[in-house]
Ligand binder design. Structure first.
Ligand SMILES: *Cc1c(COP(=O)(O)O)cnc(C)c1O
Length: 393
């Protein structure tokens, strides 16, 4: 029999992978055996644990981060006459929820240093119709919430945090979730706390939390668990035309364990980020993400920027070269004002948000997740260094 040559050991690095262990699996199985699989005791347990962890009075579990953003804006009464300021450098969910309510998302530019919303751009975009300002903690790096708070209090608008990336992130030692008036977390499969699909809205205001809870389940006065549990009554009242946004106990079971492991998973991502930065910061072709001294990032993303004038390949070619080395990079984000929907509906031009437009062309996100092995981290570092060395201008 002919011997085929032994192939070199191959290593592949997906862009993202959830960190689900035996504890999570056991918790889900326990819910399956309990006979109650939709919203019930596990969901309440997750809400209470999240509220305690963050130090926020009210936590409403939902089936997506998008639902949390939607119900945040619904709770504060956003309607067709209103404007909500949203950074252009984000995922479409941040702005689409403004459209759900018939209001106008006013897209604004970001700061070059951390790609978070620019306070000066928010100032310029304020009108008498502005009801809320949204910040997005990109990659887990906190926005300037102290600055946004001062501005919001001065002009009388509500602050909403799209914190889909920012669990756990801290600003001045205080967790994200405690800064804005309402904060939306995502538990999507790739996010720092993953339940497959899921989300959580947190707020200190009881009336907003009650409204979100009501609207999360058809506008019904009591949920199924309250009706069917021992001693529950069949009676309920429909108080509004609500939505179907409730989290299941199956998902909440994952969340309860993931929340316990949150800091441990973050520490692993922070260690990977430190290794990337140590390997790349001396290369003039690359710009590593900076973390401000009063910030702690969740390190949901590691956004590397290319100094394109120092390289003979563009960002798309860089990502292809990584792919050829089995490293799967991505782009966070294609600014919203460049997408056909926002461009055609609101008439945006690329130069309306020049910082976002320029930075977008040189960003790529490297794999960073707690399940990455040291060998995978080494492989990514080697691949990036090799591509840079091969393409110096
Ligand atoms: C993932 C994400 C969302 C939406 O979260 P889902 O749970 O998928 O609905 C919103 N905003 C940003 C910035 C995100 O990355």
């Amino acid at each position: 029999m002919e011997q085929s040559p032994v192939a070199a050991p191959t290593i592949s690095v997906p862009h993202s992978a959830p960190d689900i262990g035996e504890e999570e699996i056991a918790e889900v199985v326990a819910v399956l055996r309990s006979g109650w699989i939709t919203t019930g005791p596990k969901t309440r347990e997750l809400e209470e644990a999240m509220g305690r962890y963050l130090g926020v009075a009210h936590a409403v579990a939902l089936n997506s981060g998008t639902a949390a953003l939607h119900l945040a804006l619904e709770a504060i009464g956003i309607g067709p006459a209103d404007e909500v300021i949203v950074p252009t450098y984000t995922f479409t969910a941040s702005a689409e929820v403004v459209r759900y309510l018939g209001a106008r998302p006013v897209l604004v530019d970001v700061r070059a240093d951390d790609l978070n919303v620019s306070l000066a751009a928010v100032e310029r975009a304020l009108t008498p119709r502005t009801r809320a300002v949204m910040g997005v903690d990109i990659g887990g790096h906190p926005c300037d919430w102290a600055g946004l708070r001062a501005l919001a209090d001065r002009v009388g608008v509500v602050l909403v945090d799209d914190a889909a990336h920012a669990l756990p992130s801290r600003l001045q030692g205080r967790l994200i979730g405690t800064w804005a008036d309402l904060t939306a977390f995502s538990f999507y499969a790739t996010k720092p706390l993953a339940t497959g699909e899921g989300g959580m809205l947190v707020t200190a205001r009881e009336d907003w939390a009650e409204r979100a809870r009501l609207m999360s389940l058809h506008g019904m006065s009591r949920d199924g668990w309250q009706r069917y549990a021992d001693g529950g009554s069949w009676y309920y009242e429909v108080l509004a035309a609500g939505y179907k946004y409730n989290l299941t106990d199956l998902a909440a079971a994952l969340g309860v364990v993931q929340l316990r492991r949150l800091e441990e998973m973050r520490d692993r991502r922070a260690a990977i980020a430190a290794r990337y930065t140590a390997a790349f910061e001396a290369l003039p072709e690359l710009q590593c993400p900076a973390v401000a001294s009063d910030c702690e990032s969740s390190w949901h993303l590691y956004v590397l920027r290319l100094n394109l004038e120092a390289l003979r390949l563009d960002r798309a070619a860089f990502i292809r070269a990584l792919g050829a080395r089995r490293v799967h990079a991505s782009v966070h984000f294609i600014p919203l004002h460049l997408h056909p929907y926002y461009r055609e509906t609101f008439g945006y031009q690329p130069q309306d948000c020049p910082v976002a437009y320029a930075e977008y062309q040189r960003v790529l996100s490297l794999p960073i997740y707690s399940r990455m092995t040291d060998a995978q981290v080494d492989h990514v570092i080697g691949a990036v260094q090799e591509i840079v060395a091969d393409h110096r201008a």
